[in-house]
Design a protein around this ligand. Structure first.
Ligand code: GAL
Length: 421
């Protein structure tokens, strides 16, 4: 049975739950209610109305798709879902998609958001364990800070799926579901290399700066290394120059992927290395929240008038608007709706007592690519078998095809995109 994941099926529930406390109608545990920043709350409110309006139209076609949905099989079991924060846009979508997928399959869901606070995530997971959930899906805030609480889950016989971010130093994790994180960075590096035509640069040189993610997030080094591995040969050759000299992950990392942290660091860089008129050609940013800060810094503090190439990741609404307006050049999109589907099918197999492996992919009939990886993600206790989805480069030229046509976003009459959900 083919499962078309396009989100029309999901959007009603998502629009209803997203930003309204993210649902967890069945039971939102503990301190979860979450708690993004106030600015995100206000943009959330704005977004809520946009997405519910846009989703109504989409809902009409959902009926045709719902016939292909699986019959409910959850049998009253409860899934505990622990998300990091609502202040970063994507996690709102992840939580809603996951909740919707599991509830449609007949499970109860307890969904928590932990306001990017690791101690709070520990408490939230403790609460889910106390509530005797049957399986945990966890996107870690700090991948190094959950081993104790997840060992408690293991002792209680609750299996754990690490969602999107690998959780380190615990053998309580059975599986990891994510995108190919190294490829995300590789796509960003290749994009810059192609835009600047570095292979044919001759004696020409270009200036580039890097902004990476949160050191507590295991993904962040994968993204950075993916981009750096592509671009380092050009740096070594002298075709690319890094005026700040900041080429190590630790020098360019951004705690909590925070927009204003990224902005301030970049303002300093621009003030220190570019105020004499030096041209900045490209800014590699690992994701959209950091790209937003870098774009703001360039708008406020960059003296040049060239179009700086700026990369990102996630397809956040504000960044897609910047891409439409020519202020950001690309984002790497990860279809989190599909990540939720993989998580559901994996969880069901685990709860059925199976030992899922690569055959889950052929059995599932997913209409998107996913690989089974048993070598890339060692969490310190051994390699965690991983299901890895495939990220896509999105630019102004292909955003309709990649984002609007599949139903992930709607487009308004000014040409801006709004996530469905
Ligand atoms: C990463 C995730 C990215 C981005 C970032 C900020 O772990 O893979 O998609 O969202 O966190 O939350």
């Amino acid at each position: 049975m083919k499962k078309r994941i396009v989100s029309t099926l999901l959007c009603t529930a998502m629009a209803a739950s997203l930003f309204a406390g993210c649902g967890s109608t069945a039971a939102t545990s503990g301190s979860s209610s979450s708690s993004g920043s106030s600015s995100s709350a206000s943009s959330a409110a704005k977004e809520e109305s946009t997405s519910s309006a846009s989703s109504e139209a989409a809902t009409e076609s959902a009926d045709t798709q719902s016939s292909s949905a699986k019959p409910a099989s959850g049998g009253g079991q409860t899934i505990g879902i622990s998300m990091p924060t609502k202040s970063l846009e994507r996690w709102n979508r992840d939580g809603s998609y996951l909740q919707d997928q599991f509830e449609k399959a007949g499970y109860k869901v307890e969904l928590t958001y932990s306001d990017n606070k690791s101690a709070q995530q520990n408490n939230d997971i403790e609460g889910l364990i106390a509530d005797k959930v049957d399986l945990l899906v966890v996107a870690a805030i700090d991948g190094e800070a959950l081993s104790q609480v997840l060992n408690e889950a293991k002792d209680a016989g609750i299996p754990v799926i690490a969602y999107d971010r690998l959780i380190m130093n615990t053998d309580a994790i059975s599986y990891y579901v994510s995108f190919d994180n190294y490829t995300v960075g590789k796509l960003q590096g290749e994009f810059v290399a192609k835009q600047l035509d570095l292979d044919n640069a001759g004696d020409k040189t270009y200036n580039i700066e890097f902004t990476a993610g949160d050191p507590a997030d295991n993904n962040a080094t994968f993204f950075f290394n993916g981009a750096m591995d592509v671009l380092k040969p050009y740096i070594d050759k002298g075709t690319l120059k890094v005026p700040s000299g900041q080429t190590e992950f630790d020098q360019v990392a951004t705690a909590q992927w925070d927009t204003s942290t990224a902005m301030k660091r970049f303002q300093n860089i621009l003030g220190s290395y570019y105020s004499d008129g030096t041209q900045l050609d490209a800014a590699v940013c690992s994701n959209d929240s950091t790209a937003l800060g870098v774009t703001q810094a360039i708008e406020s503090d960059y003296a040049g008038d060239n179009n700086v190439i700026i990369t990102g990741q996630d397809g956040d609404e504000a960044n897609l608007a910047n891409i439409v307006d020519g202020k950001q050049t690309m984002t790497v999109y990860k279809a989190v709706a599909n990540e939720a589907v993989v998580t559901l099918d994996l969880a069901e197999a685990m709860l059925n007592g199976e030992k899922p492996d690569d055959s889950l992919i052929s059995k599932s009939g997913w209409d998107f690519d996913c690989s089974y990886d048993t070598s890339s993600y060692d969490n310190g206790t051994g390699v965690i078998p991983s299901y890895l989805l495939v990220p896509t480069v999105v630019t102004k030229d292909n955003m309709d095809k990649e984002l609007v046509d599949p139903g992930y976003y709607t487009k308004d009459d000014k040409g801006y995109l709004h996530p469905v959900g």
